[in-house]
Design a protein around this ligand. Sequence first.
Ligand code: ZN
Length: 302
Amino acid sequence: MKKPFKLLIPLFLVIVSLSFSAKAQKYEALIITGQNNHYWQGSSVVIEGILNNSGMFNATIVTTPSKGEDMSGFQPDFSKYDLICLDYNGDHWPENTKANFVDFIKKGGGLVVFHASDNSWGDWEEYNRMIGVGGWGNRTEAHGPIIYWEDGKFKKDKSPGKGGRHGKQDEFIVHTRMPDHPIMRGLPTQWLHTKDELYHSLRGPAKRMKVLATASQPKDRGGSGRQEPVLMVIKYGKGRVFHSVMGHTGNKHNNTTLDAGFMTTYLRGAEWVVTGDVTQKVSGDFPDAQTVKIWEDMKVPE
Ligand code: ZN
């Protein structure tokens, strides 16, 4: 009877040391930016800070050539990363880079997109499948229906027209719609997001997509009056995608749309696309439905 016990101790030590090394391991994130109709020079640095300050990610920024410049040298090695974070709305990448990107996600890589990254590449079918829905970029009914939320589920509006609109910048209440999804677990059912553009009339294939949260803006403020998707997850091949429409960054003096709600859901989405689960605790300083919270130092307080 002594032998099995002797074997168990080293086995236990191996398990303990493995779990410690797994905790110490950071997920490698590649932030791709360089073209956007928003102030990407600021937002990408904030995204990098949010990811790195979490202690869970090791984020690196790569910048594409500027609009209209030769793209042929843009050849990132996606295989070195666990997830790709897009802060990009611009020119097409070289065909082999696009093929490698598709391959990376299809084989199980993670993708996180926010705000105007869902405006990019309306004519790239595979990208539209990854992000579920998008706006502008000449998207029309040919790219898929308009998605909105009603009666406890997302619905498809197949009427013709352009995809993508937004009203005036307002604060808006985010409604959690899938409280049991790992990204939403522990978050309040409603919280206030800071002054931001609320996209509406987003269109796309919306296949293998779940709407995690919605928000609404009245028509007299330029909104749709409907509950619009603001947080989504999409399965693409074996890969997972997290899509947040929040995060307008209009000028270099204003990154405050990347508030507590944005940061929290972004980080939770980033973990989920890598592992399919979320281990992060929700901050005790997370906003309620009455008060906006800005975490200035890009760090989630306990
Ligand atoms: Zn915007």
